[in-house]
Structures are given as C-alpha cells and as structure tokens.
Design a protein around this ligand. Structure first.
Ligand SMILES: Cc1ncc(COP(=O)(O)O)c(C=O)c1O
Length: 372
C-alpha cells in the first residue's frame, strides 16, 4: 500500500541533496560556524526576496517573534493583541518577554485575526498587535495597520507559516513594523534544524535585534543592553540559501496540489480552502473543515494517508493557559474552527502518484458518505 506521511522534510533534502551537501561541506571547510558570510548573505537574499530593507537571522521563530516585539518597544507588562487560533509559539513568545497576550477572534474565511474584534480589546497598556498569517493565508494587513495607526500600536507579523505569501503583489513580512519567520524543517522555507529571522524596514529595529540576539553586544564583549543568545548558524543559513530560489515555485506547486484536493472533494460536506481576493496564499497547510473529522481521518489513514489537526486545542483551551488570558471568554469563530479542522499532506515533493491517490481517496469518502 502507498504510505504518504503527513509531512516529509527528508523528501525536500533529497530533492536538493547535491546542492545542500555542497553548501554544508563548503561551510564546514570554511572553519567559520557562527555569524559569518553564509548568514550575512542569506540575510541579504531573504530581505531582497521579501522586498524589505533588513533581515536578521536568529535561533528560531519563537525567538524571532520575541526579539521583534522587544525591538519595536514592547516591554514587560505591555499587552499584545493576537489570536488563539495559532501555534502555541505565538503566545509563548509574547510571554517570554514578560508581555501579556490578549486574545482576539478570527474570521471564519481567512482563519486569521478579524480586525473587527481588535478595538474592544485595546486598553492603555496595549502596545502591539501580532497578526498570524495562518496556514499560509495572509491576514488582512491593510485593515490591521489602519487600526494600529488609529490607536498608536506597533504591528509585528507572525510569518512562520507564510514565507512568500502576498497581499496585492507585496510579500507578507513587509507590512508590519517588523515580522518574524521560522525556518523549522517543515516550513515552506525550512532549514535542517532550528532557525528564524526578524525582518523590518527600520534600521533601528534591525540593529536592536542584532544586538539582542548576541548578549546585547554592540561590538564583541561590549554589551549595550541585556541580550540573549539566539543566532542563526552558518550551516542552516547555507542550507536556506540553497532552498530560497525555489520558494516561489514550491509555493506554486503547493497551491496547485490544494486545487486538486479542492476539486476532489467538490460538492461533499468538506469545505475546502477558499482563495481570497487580492491575496496569494503560501499554502503552508491544506486544512479542510469536516463535520465528521474522526471519520475522514480514519478513512484516509486506512488508505495510508497521514493527517494532522491544527490545532486540536486553541491556546485558551490548553492547560497552561486556560482561565488566565484576557479575551478568552468570547472566541466563537476560533472555537468553531478548532472542532472541524483536518490537515492533509501538503508539501511540494508529493509525487503525482501520491496526489492522485489522495484525491481519489477523498472523492471515495465523499461518495461513501453519499455527498457526491
Ligand atoms: C504560527 C507560528 N508562530 C511561531 C512559530 C515558532 O517557530 P519555531 O518553531 O521556529 O520557534 C511557529 C512554528 O511552529 C508557528 O507555526
């Protein structure tokens, strides 16, 4: 039986094995392993790809968010408005710097921050908004930026799932005061270990992140401010430089696979991802919505198809957070989505045979259930 894992980062390594092995070997031979030419070049190349002025490589996406928030002036005790329909990392990063996450609801179509739910949450302590471009779908940045401007708030985009996504032809990551990316291996641009980056158009913000990522140093051994150790390493940067030129075409392949899934489940109870006007999704995850989630999941798994749930619990339903975050009492759309979500395999290395198999099993499920 064909077995199709839900995620397959090794397939991406194998797809570019020669270039990746050469890049790693070049880095090993250079004898320079931390903050050298590979990181500098990657930072320049990724900033250019996104159309922003600066990129600063850090240790992972959670740190990227934490350092970005600190660098735009979020301090302990400040409130940061974000969503509960996200990876726990979004909230962890806010709390990591002593700030207070406040939860707004999402829009059922984009599954991202619903701008209409922001204003009721703003207080004198609110300092920033963190929209998450969830599953690769851009959040409505123009409306969010307009509200931020009205209330004097900073905007830090969580782009961990949206490398290469666009709004009106402009890449996400270029809309906020700063933005955070993760290069976790299964991301659209994934390293072979942990990695992250902060991007911004502000020289001052970039310089602050550069200092904080390495003990607050302005020059070696001189700390200008308290800092941490969160550096993107040379080997990961070298790997990312190999993969970056393929990002747009990989994303296009993801979108075309999603369209095939969408066609396969057409007219059955499943609601497939909608394409939203003016935006280009990076299709990080292909998340369908089903009434009988367990039924679909089991049916696919019996046919060798791996699935996952993003996320089985929203942030405010997690034991570590429940009952203590402002906003958690009214998140109807977030809660509705978390009961129905099911993620299908979505990576550019899925073969034609695998995509056809997934499509045919999806269609079969719809027929069995009498919906098609
Ligand atoms: C939405 C979101 N934000 C932040 C992160 C954190 O990234 P990392 O795992 O690199 O710390 C992730 C990664 O899972 C994510 O999906």
């Amino acid at each position: 039986m064909l077995v199709i894992p839900f995620a397959n980062p090794k397939a991406q390594y194998l797809a570019r094995k020669l270039e990746i092995d050469a890049a790693i070997s070049r880095t090993l031979e250079s004898g320079w392993y931390i903050l050298g030419q590979e990181v500098e070049r990657f930072e320049r190349e990724f900033a250019k790809f996104l159309g922003v002025n600066f990129c600063v490589g850090v240790g992972n996406g959670t740190d990227a968010l934490a350092l970005a928030l600190l660098s735009v002036g979020v301090n302990p005790g400040h409130e940061v408005i974000t969503v509960a329909n996200t990876a726990i990392a979004t909230i962890a990063a806010i709390e990591q710097i002593g700030a207070i996450p406040v939860l707004a609801d999402v829009d059922l179509q984009t599954r991202c921050l619903d701008p209409k739910t922001i204003e009721g949450l703003v207080t004198s302590r609110t300092k920033a908004i963190v929209p998450v471009h969830l599953f690769g779908q851009p959040a409505p940045m123009e409306d969010i930026n307009a509200l931020a401007c009205k209330w004097g708030l900073k905007v830090v985009e969580d782009c961990a799932q949206a490398h290469g996504a666009e709004i009106l032809g402009k890449k996400v990551g270029s809309y906020g005061d700063a933005a955070a990316f993760s290069f976790y291996p299964t991301k659209n641009l994934g390293a072979l270990g942990d990695g992250g980056a902060v991007v911004t158009n502000s020289e001052e913000t970039a310089e602050t992140v550069r200092q904080i990522r390495e003990y607050g140093w302005t020059t070696r051994f001189v700390s200008n401010r308290p800092g941490v150790n969160s550096r993107l390493d040379e080997i990961q940067a070298a790997v990312l430089r190999v993969k970056l030129p393929f990002l747009d075409s990989d994303n296009a392949r993801r979108r075309s696979i999603a369209q095939r899934y969408e066609k396969a489940i057409n007219s059955c109870l499943l609601v497939s991802p909608k394409s939203i006007d003016g935006t280009l999704t990076a299709m990080h995850l292909c998340v369908i919505e089903c009434q009988d989630r367990e039924g679909v999941k089991e049916f696919l798994e019996k046919e060798g198809i791996g699935t996952a749930i993003h996320y089985p619990m929203s942030v405010h339903e997690q034991p570590a957070y429940t009952g203590r975050l402002r906003g958690e009492e009214y998140l109807p759309c977030t809660e509705l989505l978390s009961k129905k979500n099911l993620s299908l395999p979505m990576y550019p290395e899925l073969t034609e045979l695998e995509v056809r198999h997934i499509c045919s099993v999806l269609t079969q499920w719809c027929r069995t259930e009498g919906h098609a």
